[in-house]
Design a protein. Sequence first.
Length: 118
Amino acid sequence: QVQLVESGGGLVQAGGSLRLSCAPSGRTFSFTALRMAWFRQALGTEREFVASIPWTAVNGVYADSVKGRFTISRDNAKSTVYLQMNSLKPEDTAVYYCNTHPARESYWGQGTQVTVSS
């Protein structure tokens, strides 16, 4: 069974930066041909889309709330997706997950907690 494993979260002050990583574990995952995405879920809210990137690694798509502050990238050779988060705000506090886009239910991992203090 494939599971995507997120890492890189933590506690940061407003205005700070974090870089999240996501890589698959388990059986062989055909990473290269898939569009990948980051999602997040704040306490008491539904999971929401943050950003996605095609397998060609060009023209990422972003939620309006993170546009200009977050950058999604990928390294197909390493089967890894990244999310560089700059100018973080308290409202960015959430558990961040990666998945394919559209998301596949069985691929959800544990996520990584990002907490931004004011």
